[in-house]
Design a protein. Structure first.
Lengths: 281, 311
């Protein structure tokens, strides 16, 4: 009950700070731009006399995956910005003192903030990814392997980042936390590319390096899992021989990865509850 | 006012052997303190003496390293212990994107105030702190004094049994300070326990029943205000002349603290020696104009305690 009071308060803050309004306006602009670019480029690809039957599918896939890749980045930044100072910022400004002197546990406060942020980000990811996939479907009849699973994994990635950010904000100053988070996110992204190259040139060391980093911070690995379900079967079949998109996976995620990606936010959330409970404010 | 009769209730707050260090820096060292229900208690000390740390331990914001802290009969770690507590933090910073009313609504929910009572109670506390009609304004637009007032409103919102005020008048002008004093007086009439952190001695002197003086993490004196300021007394002796034989003679009755023209302040253990002092100087041939007991002010007691001794 108290947790929900905190969650409501967090949403009220996002609305009051015009965060929600800005996100809605910019997202509408983003989706509009995507729809325009997608239809122009897809029409040209379809009309290209030199292209084979699969060329239009390739074009549609590339555009859609690229668009969702951008959504993934936007959602990731939003998650990190929302969480980097979620606790530390309030500790630094002193606004938390009066609140936590109320009869609520620190865990309830942290969970309330987490629930609200997850809700806001889920709405954002579902609306953005859903809009892009809808545009692709309407314009090009685009049929990915499993759009629901893809969007669910995108949400999971955002939650993973958000929870890691919340953990950091329970013991690091806001700026330091932001630096750590963006570095980890960037490192995971780079590791994903390294792993892709390792697989392409059949170098096991490179591939292992990528996997190791993904274990430490699986944000990019979860994106890759999502990306598999974003591509149509026809494209995937061809891409295995012709080579795929560097930032998208050609094989479905392993069960081990999915379990790890689910366990990661749970573990970081538990750790965040623990460090926050012990902290002196 | 007579002390309350009846069976001894649990103390409103209790610190037992509390110690807190931040790394090498000792903030509180073996602090033991007990405040009874209905008392207005002043916690005095210079800046950095550990006053805020003590209040933060009592509100569960800081964990005591050693010792035990209880409020309203429960250990501070339990959220339920904070159900009947009102707290005004030292820096009184609140979520400035919210309006005053929205902030109070949030705190009313957290405090568990029933939905039906919230609007009336919020209007009531706004009125109480002099912010009637300003509730719809965003806190961002408040002056510092208004922010401190909304903090007081927040502290009083849940009809607390114990109110912890950390420097509640630091941002207020003399009129505002007077209003807060009156407010504390009204809380006393309602039987609410008030724990007042302050370095403003005049403020404490005017409202508190008992005080504790803390210096560098240690409590150096606790007691009723009347006993504390009355415990060390002096007499002022005004004469036609002051010379060394006179000072030697006075030295037998007490310690000469200051000499100003024909006036000597003599610190004595017991003010009952005054007639003997009078006899002595008259017999020695001095003309006595005045001999009055002087009560030391809280400020003098305070300065003697926090600057004296080992410093």
């Amino acid at each position: 009950m108290t947790t929900l009071v905190v969650a409501r308060w967090t949403v009220a803050e996002a609305v009051s700070r015009r965060l929600v309004l800005a996100a809605i306006l910019l997202s509408a602009a983003f989706v509009g731009l995507f729809a325009l670019a997608f239809s122009i480029l897809y029409d040209r690809a379809e009309a290209d006399p030199g292209g084979d039957a699969l060329f239009a599918v390739f074009a549609a896939t590339l555009l859609t995956v690229l668009g969702l890749y951008a959504v993934q980045f936007l959602a990731a930044f939003l998650a990190l910005l929302l969480s980097a100072g979620a606790i530390s910022g309030e500790v630094e400004s002193g606004t938390l003192h009066a609140v936590l002197a109320r009869p609520l546990g620190r865990g309830q406060y942290l969970l309330g903030r987490w629930i609200a942020s997850v809700a806001l980000l889920t709405v954002y990811v579902v609306a953005m990814a859903g809009s892009l996939l809808l545009v692709a479907r309407l314009v090009a009849g685009y049929q990915p392997v499993d759009p629901v699973r893809a969007v669910a994994l995108l949400v999971l990635e955002t939650v993973l980042l958000l929870t890691a950010g919340l953990l950091g904000s329970t013991f690091l100053p806001t700026l330091a936390n932001a630096v750590v988070l963006f570095s980890l996110f960037g490192l995971a992204w780079l590791a994903g590319i390294v792993e892709f190259i390792g697989q392409t040139v059949a170098n096991q060391t490179l591939a292992n390096l990528g996997i190791a980093v993904s274990l430490v911070f699986p944000s990019d690995a979860v994106w890759r899992a999502a990306s598999y379900y974003l591509q149509p079967p026809a494209f995937l079949g061809e891409a295995v021989t012709r080579g795929g998109i560097p930032f998208a996976a050609l094989t479905p995620p392993t069960t081990a990865l999915l379990l790890w990606a689910l366990a990661y936010p749970v573990a970081t959330l538990l750790l965040a509850l623990r460090t926050f409970a012990r902290r002196d404010l | 006012m007579a002390p309350r009769a009846g069976p001894p209730a649990a103390p409103a707050l209790e610190l037992t052997g509390v110690r807190k260090a931040y790394g090498q820096q000792v903030a509180l060292d073996d602090v033991t303190l007990r405040v009874e229900p209905g008392e207005v208690f002043g916690f005095l000390g210079p800046n950095g003496a550990g006053k805020t740390t003590a209040v933060k331990i009592l509100t569960g914001l800081v964990h005591a390293g050693d010792g035990e802290a209880r409020v309203l009969g429960r250990p501070v770690g339990e959220p339920a212990a904070r159900r009947r507590i009102g707290y005004l933090p030292e820096h009184f910073r609140f979520q400035d994107w919210a309006t005053g009313t929205a902030l109070l609504e949030f705190h009313a929910r957290l405090a568990g105030l029933p939905a039906g009572q919230r609007p009336a109670r919020i209007a009531e506390v706004l009125e109480l702190v002099g912010l009637a009609g300003r509730g719809r304004q965003r806190i961002r637009t408040y002056s510092k004094g208004m922010a401190q007032r909304i903090g007081l409103a927040q502290a009083l919102l849940g009809r607390p049994e114990l109110v912890l005020l950390d420097e509640p008048t630091s941002a207020l002008d003399p009129v505002g300070r007077r209003e807060v004093r009156d407010l504390i007086g009204r809380l006393r009439e309602q039987g609410v326990t008030v724990f007042l952190n302050s370095h403003l001695l005049s403020e404490v002197e005017l409202v508190c029943d008992r005080v504790a003086i803390i210096d560098r993490g240690r409590i150096v004196r606790t007691g009723r205000l009347a006993d504390l300021v009355g415990s060390v007394t002096a007499v002022r002796v005004a004469l036609d002349r002051v010379d060394q034989p006179l000072l030697d003679a006075l030295g037998r009755y007490g310690r000469v603290q200051s000499v100003d023209g024909g006036s000597v302040v003599l610190v004595v253990d017991d003010v009952d020696v005054a007639p003997a002092v009078a006899d002595c100087v008259v017999r020695a041939g001095y003309r006595l104009f005045e001999l009055v007991p002087v009560q030391r002010s809280l400020e003098e007691v305070f300065l003697g305690l926090v600057h004296g001794g080992d410093r």
